[in-house]
Design a protein around this ligand. Structure first.
Ligand code: FAD
Length: 342
C-alpha cells in the first residue's frame, strides 16, 4: 500500500471473533486506482450497472474530474489557474470548487483559523507542495513574507443563481486544498454510488473514507486505525463508523529530516512553521469525509492538549495518539466511544 500518508489502514474487517459466519456471502465488486497523488479503493456489495469495468471507468472519470478542478500539482487545474491569477478581481469557478472552498473555510472558522486553506505559501516554502524540498530551512524573513499571504478571511467566494466566483484580498495568495481533497473526493464517490442505487459500499481515498450499509458477509463495515509508525503496519484500534465518514491525519509519514531535525507537512498558520509537538495521529468521525479530513489536520496543528479540549467542547468523535517516552498514548472523546470496537 504505497503513499498511505494516513493512519488508517482501510480494510473492511469482518467480525473475526464471536460471530457466526453467515452461510452465504453477497457478491462484491472491488476496484482500486490512483488519484490525487495517492491511492483509492471502492467496495460495492451487490450489483452495479455494467459491472466492475463500468464501476472502474466511471469512478476513475469522476476522480479525474475533481483532480482537474482542485489539484495544486497540475499547473492547468482550475485551482492552479486561480492561484496563478495575479489579481484581486473575481475569478470564475465551478459550483464544485465553490462548494469545497466554502466547506473548507467553514471548517477553518470552526477551528478559529487553525485549518487554513490559504496556507499554501507556507506549505510550499517548507517543501510540502508541488515544488521541491528546500535544501535548508526557510529564514524568519521568508516565513514572515509567506505568512502575510495567508488568512481565510481574505479569501471570498460569491455564488449567484447561475455562476460562482472566487477572489483574494492579495493577488499572490495561494489556495491549497490538499487537506480536504481526499475527503471531498470520497464524498463525491459515495454520492455517485448512491445516485446509482448502491447502498452497501466502502469508499476510501488515502484513508479518508465513507461507508454505508453492510459488507459482503452482511456485517457492518469495520476499519482499523493504524499504530502511528512508518515501519510496520500494525492495528491500533478497530472502529465501526456506522454510515459516517472517518479520516485520520498523521505526522509520521509525510515528513523530511534536515540538519538532524524532522519537519512535518502539517503547518501552524500562526507560527508559519511545521508542528513540533507530540501528537502524531488524529482520527475524526463526522457526517462527511470533507469535514473529517479538514478537522483531523486542524487537530494535528493544535497539539494533544488543545485538540482534546477542542474535541470535547465541540462534542466531536475524536481519537488521538501521542508519542510519550513510554511509547504511544491513545485518548478519545466520549463521542468516539460508540464507534470503538476494540
Ligand atoms: P492531511 O493531514 O490531510 O493534509 C495535510 C496537507 O494539508 C499538507 O500536505 C498541506 O498541503 C496542507 N496543510 C498543512 N497544514 C495545513 C493547515 N494548517 N491548514 C490547511 N492545510 C494545511 N501529492 C503528490 O505528491 N502528487 C500529486 O500529484 C498530488 N496530486 C494531488 C491532487 C489533489 C486534487 C489533492 C487534493 C492532493 C494531491 N496531492 C498530490 C497531495 C497528496 O494527495 C496529499 O493531499 C497530501 O500529501 C496531504 O494529504 P495527507 O492526507 O497526507 O495530509
Amino acid at each position: 500500500m504505497s503513499l498511505n500518508k494516513r493512519a488508517i489502514i482501510i480494510f473492511a474487517l469482518t467480525l473475526l471473533w464471536g460471530c457466526d459466519k453467515p452461510p452465504t456471502e453477497r457478491p462484491m465488486l472491488e476496484i482500486h486506482g490512483r488519484t490525487m497523488g495517492t491511492f483509492y479503493g471502492v467496495k460495492v456489495v451487490g450489483d452495479f450497472p455494467g459491472g466492475e469495468q463500468a464501476l472502474q471507468s466511471q469512478v476513475d472519470g469522476l476522480l479525474k474530474h475533481y483532480n482537474d478542478e482542485i489539484s495544486t500539482y497540475d499547473p492547468n487545474s482550475s485551482l492552479s489557474k486561480f492561484n496563478q491569477f495575479n489579481s484581486t478581481q473575481p475569478f470564475p469557478i465551478s459550483q464544485d470548487m465553490a462548494d469545497i472552498v466554502i466547506s473548507s473555510v467553514r471548517v477553518g472558522e470552526r477551528t478559529h483559523g487553525v485549518l487554513d486553506v490559504t496556507v499554501g505559501p507556507l506549505v510550499n516554502l517548507w517543501g510540502f507542495g508541488p515544488d521541491k524540498r528546500p535544501i535548508k530551512t526557510p529564514t524568519d524573513a521568508q516565513i514572515a513574507a509567506a505568512r502575510v499571504k495567508v488568512g481565510i478571511k481574505r479569501l471570498h467566494v460569491d455564488v449567484s443563481s447561475d455562476h460562482a466566483t472566487m477572489r483574494k484580498d492579495q493577488p499572490d495568495m495561494y489556495v491549497d486544498l490538499s487537506t480536504v481533497g481526499e475527503g471531498f473526493g470520497a464524498d463525491k464517490v459515495a454520492d455517485f454510488l448512491e445516485s446509482r442505487g448502491v447502498h452497501n459500499y466502502l469508499v476510501e481515498i488515502a484513508g479518508a473514507s465513507r461507508s454505508r450499509g453492510l459488507n459482503a458477509k452482511g456485517e457492518p463495515w469495520r476499519l482499523a486505525i493504524q499504530k502511528p509508525t512508518d515501519e510496520i503496519e500494525e492495528v491500533q484500534a478497530i472502529v465501526q463508523p456506522d454510515g459516517r465518514a472517518i479520516s485520520t491525519s498523521g505526522s509520521y509519514r509525510n515528513y523530511y529530516e534536515l540538519d538532524g531535525k524532522r519537519y512535518s507537512h502539517i503547518i501552524d498558520p500562526v507560527t508559519g512553521k511545521p508542528i513540533t509537538h507530540k501528537l502524531v495521529s488524529a482520527t475524526v468521525i463526522t457526517p462527511t469525509a470533507l469535514e473529517a479530513d479538514g478537522l483531523d489536520t486542524a487537530l494535528m496543528v493544535m497539539g494533544p492538549e488543545k485538540a482534546l479540549a477542542f474535541a470535547k467542547e465541540q462534542h466531536l468523535a475524536v481519537y488521538l495518539i501521542s508519542k510519550t517516552d513510554q511509547g504511544f498514548k491513545a485518548e478519545y472523546t466520549d463521542a468516539f466511544k460508540p464507534y470503538l470496537v476494540k
